[in-house]
Design a protein around this ligand. Structure first.
Ligand code: P6P
Length: 335
């Protein structure tokens, strides 16, 4: 079967849909190339001496895995010289990374989580890279880029996607014209299209949540989960299955492929009140989920309508099946 390559797909999107300026096409191809490098490093595992943790913590106060830092460097090195970015921001960097003066400054801003789910790296479970692309304001051309330039609503995203490093290495992407999946042909190094129109199945009875946080949940979340754990004998009248991979990319990919709902709700933990980050986890995933026919909220309003106030701002996340998300929103009003 002859499959479309990522390069051909992007050129056809640029030509036919006029949604993909050449600079954005170049950016996406560059990110995809960096993800191939990350995939190879992960695949080497202990043989590549890339497992284990460093003595350092990131801005989130999380112990950094070697691969967190290595993948971050791969993405910076691949993208800083291309002339398509004004700056980058990452979960692993406290502040923004402006394109060095020795390179041309582009018109896009990219936020990324170089390795999402990195606690799974040392136990050979799927992890991923998440990226979100915004357009810089025209004013940026004449001045230094600031953090504030990144603080745009999720609806301003012009592209978003993730790579998932599992039994296969996949790239899942949207530029606002649907969701597309590519599988890495590791023998020739090409991304080949394997799903031309990812549409999330609805009505599937599967939820993903870290149950050990139950004591922290709001009454609405507790009610929703308790009803589903009761199954067909309870108020929801259906038996549900549960999954939790502790890797958002893996859970979101499963939901895109077979439906269900993913929840990391705001809760009563420390002052942050939530765990996942708005700008480079929740917003890109929300863009993909909505493009695939699902819903993505913070438990109350669409994630992409949440006003950003900080680069590493955290937000509650409820995403996937539209009906399930609506029920959770309804229950949240009763809190
Ligand atoms: P917990 C990974 O660290 C991550 O940011 C997401 O990928 C994942 O969904 C979540 O945190 C897992 O959190 O508390 O279950 O370890």
């Amino acid at each position: 079967m002859k499959r479309t390559t990522l390069t051909r797909f992007l050129i056809e999107q640029q030509r036919n849909e006029n949604v993909l300026p050449a600079e954005l096409r170049l950016l996406i191809e560059t990110v995809a190339r960096a993800c191939k490098t990350i995939s190879h490093a992960i695949g080497r595992g202990a043989l590549g001496e890339v497992l284990g943790s460093l003595d350092s913590e990131n801005v989130q106060g999380e112990v950094q895995k070697k691969l967190d830092v290595i993948a971050n460097e791969f993405i910076l090195d691949a993208n800083e010289w291309g002339g398509h970015l004004a700056a980058m921001a990452s979960e692993e960097m406290e502040t923004i990374y402006p394109t060095p003066n020795r390179y041309p400054k582009g018109e896009y801003l990219m936020l990324f989580d170089p390795i999402d789910g990195s606690s799974n790296i040392d136990v050979d479970l799927s992890v991923g890279t998440i990226f979100s692309v915004l357009k810089a304001s025209d004013a940026v051309a004449g001045r230094d880029v600031t953090e504030e330039d990144f603080l745009q609503d999720g609806r301003n995203q012009v592209a978003a996607g993730y790579a998932i490093y599992g039994p296969q290495t996949l790239l899942v992407l949207t530029v606002g014209t649907g969701v597309y999946e590519f599988t890495l042909d590791k023998e020739v190094g090409a991304w080949l299209m394997t799903d031309a129109n990812m549409t999330m199945p609805q009505g599937k009875c599967e939820f993903a949540i870290n149950m050990s946080n139950r004591r922290q949940w709001s009454p609405g979340i507790t009610r929703y989960i308790d009803e589903r754990v009761q199954g067909a004998a309870g108020p929801c009248g259906k038996d549900y299955n549960m999954r939790w991979t502790a890797s958002m990319v893996a859970d979101v990919h499963r939901i895109l492929k077979r439906g269900g709902v993913f929840m990391y709700p705001a809760d009563n933990r420390s002052e942050n009140k939530a765990k996942l980050r708005l700008m480079y986890e929740a917003n890109p995933m929300a863009f993909l989920i909505e493009q695939a026919g699902g819903a993505a909220t913070n438990g109350f309003i669409p994630i992409m309508d949440v006003e950003p106030v900080g680069l590493h701002q955290r937000v509650g996340v409820v995403l996937g099946d539209k009906a399930e998300v609506a029920t959770i929103t309804e229950y949240g009003k009763l809190n």
